[in-house]
Ligand binder design. Structure first.
Ligand code: SF4
Ligand code: SF4
Length: 386
């Protein structure tokens, strides 16, 4: 590979820290301080196993983890262009390498650039990357730009596609989560700009995250500029939101995973949820959040509701006046919560599923690529679109 074609990933070089997520939800302990440079599902270790961990922030001090031997080895693999711990078939950023300058918000700029386009990356992702490359820095003296807070799996509901039972850590587990949280808060105070809460549980259903968000004051975290919330939305009530006034200016992006357009289906796929409360909450949430979206994990039980789900999005646009509301459809995955037989029944995206043809027809009629831009639509089932 010529040196011009060599790649550089800004996420790997201090862009992110993903804390507590193993990439396999069912294998993730309820309280976990493992630190990875990005989504563990996109990474592979020396032994070929999924994931790459720098260290653990529960057992070690942050500085030791962030600049551990494993972190240094990982960063070397980026600087030498081998990307040997990255799985190019799964990392979306490696699949999105192009030479075009970014258009739109700076937050959407590519994280990975070829060396011939590196001046663009410096402009879009920060001049400090010039220093990293020029001086081959593998030890970093700044906090990650983005922290994904995945160290608490607590959730107020238990979707069968995600877990077998309710996860509500108590006692020693809760103490562990709080200790991890204390360390993470210190890291955030030292310069993190973006928070993502959360990819493993619920920001309002978790006692630890809820308290963090209620107590949050901008003056205590001057570097934090945005917070993304990923939630089932049930506990995001008007009353609780009022108590979180310190984050109102910062939450510019939120996704409510709903998985259904009717109460009947919702009660099955979102076990323990409260449809009426969610509908009540959706009367105000889209007005508050600039980039708001609803999402559906598509399965045999809900695929016929895809058109209604899009109508629900359109209704929310109309009622809230927020034209940027997006809708996202994703493929169901078996995180070992289903037996093989159960999963095959759910996985309507599989060509051998008896309703596959019907599903593909509905998907193609409603999630057409030409609608994406205009109606803020997306899916990871692009391979099924004709
Ligand atoms: S290239 Fe992808 S997998 Fe590798 S560090 Fe960057 S984001 Fe992670
Ligand atoms: S709402 Fe999200 S975190 Fe909670 S059980 Fe469902 S899928 Fe899992």
């Amino acid at each position: 590979m010529s040196s011009d074609e060599k790649l550089y990933c800004s996420i790997a070089m201090g862009g992110w820290a993903e804390i507590g997520h193993t990439g396999e939800p069912l294998d993730t302990p309820n309280a976990n301080g493992d630190v990875s440079p990005c989504c563990p599902g996109w990474l592979r270790d020396d032994n070929g196993e999924t994931g790459y961990v720098f260290g653990n922030v529960y057992t070690d001090k942050w500085d030791k983890v962030w600049n551990s031997n494993r972190a240094i080895k990982f960063r070397e693999s980026i600087l030498d262009g081998s990307f040997k711990y990255c799985n190019e078939t799964l990392c979306p950023h490696l699949q999105n390498v192009h030479s075009n300058p970014n258009v739109g918000s700076i937050e959407t700029a590519p994280y990975v650039r070829k060396m011939k386009d590196i001046e663009l990356l410096y402009k879009e992702r920060g001049e400090h990357h010039r220093n990293i490359i020029d001086n081959k820095l593998t030890k970093l003296d700044f906090s990650p730009d983005l922290i994904k807070m995945d160290y608490d799996r607590s959730c107020n509901i238990s979707c069968p596609s995600c877990r077998i039972e309710l996860v509500t850590p108590r006692g020693k587990e809760l103490e562990k989560i709080e200790k991890i949280q204390d360390s993470v808060v210190e890291v955030i105070r030292n310069g993190t700009r973006k928070l993502y809460i959360t990819g493993t549980g619920d920001p309002f259903g978790s006692a630890t995250f809820r308290k963090f968000l209620v107590d949050f004051k901008e003056e205590d975290f001057p570097s934090v500029k945005t917070i993304r919330l990923h939630t089932n939305g049930v506990k995001w009530t008007k009353e609780l939101w009022k108590k979180m006034s310190g984050i109102h200016n910062l939450v510019t992006d939120a996704e409510v995973s709903m998985d259904a357009a009717t109460e009947k289906t919702y009660n099955v796929v979102r076990r323990g949820g409260d449809w009426n409360q969610l509908m009540e909450n959706l009367k105000f949430i889209p007005k508050e959040i600039e980039w708001f979206g609803i999402s559906m994990v598509v399965q045999d039980l809900n695929y016929k509701e895809i058109p209604m789900f899009i109508e629900l999005r359109d209704r929310l646009v109309k009622e809230s006046g927020n034209k940027s509301i997006y809708v996202y459809f994703s493929k169901i995955t078996n995180w070992d919560t289903f037996t093989e037989e159960e999963f095959n029944k759910r996985a309507v995206w599989k060509s051998e599923h008896p309703e596959h043809e019907d599903f593909v027809k509905i998907l193609n009629e409603n999630v057409k690529k030409e609608y994406w831009q205009e109606r803020f639509m997306g899916t990871n089932m692009v391979d099924l679109l004709v």
